[in-house]
Write a protein that binds this ligand. Sequence first.
Ligand SMILES: CC(C)(COP(=O)(O)OP(=O)(O)OC[C@H]1O[C@@H](n2cnc3c(N)ncnc32)[C@H](O)[C@@H]1OP(=O)(O)O)[C@@H](O)C(=O)NCCC(=O)NCCS
Length: 146
Amino acid sequence: MEKITIRPWTEQDIDIVTEMEARCFSDPWNKEAMTASYLAPFTHCFLLEAGGQVCGYCILSVLFEDAEVLNIAVDLPHRKQGYGNALMNAMHEKAIALGAEKCFLEVRESNLSAITLYKKYGYEQYGVRKRYYEDGEDALAMKKTL
Ligand SMILES: CC(C)(COP(=O)(O)OP(=O)(O)OC[C@H]1O[C@@H](n2cnc3c(N)ncnc32)[C@H](O)[C@@H]1OP(=O)(O)O)[C@@H](O)C(=O)NCCC(=O)NCCS
């Protein structure tokens, strides 16, 4: 694995993250949504760079004892190299440092790679959100104790 750096976004990163989001999701967040996430006082937005290239990003929210993974993606050419692991670790470290006790997330029920990633980190399904996505797909609600 190349040497990686994980750092908070700056405002200049929003465009590149929005472009990556469009490549990684069928229902991507637009620039306004990314900007809102960046500006929200309870969110923590991280960028993963390897070999000088931006390869992935994630967005965590922390409100008192509850954290939530709002978004995580690794650009296609860079997948299966451990970058998803590195982003998950960064989010959990941040959440714990801020005093969170649990971490929550929602994931498309068909998104096997993400569900496998989350289970690897100890997330367990605790519910289903029916027709959570615009195309009608259900979301699995998952959580873990930090
Ligand atoms: C989910 C995602 C972030 C994983 O990123 P990645 O950098 O490829 O992940 P890693 O290489 O760090 O792999 C970490 C773990 O994820 C799981 N995983 C990753 N790709 C997988 C695949 N194709 N099939 C099954 N499990 C997979 C495995 O548990 C893996 O652990 P292992 O290497 O010990 O087997 C990436 O596939 C992605 O960006 N997907 C599109 C965006 C998305 O769906 N995000 C989640 C929204 S809820």
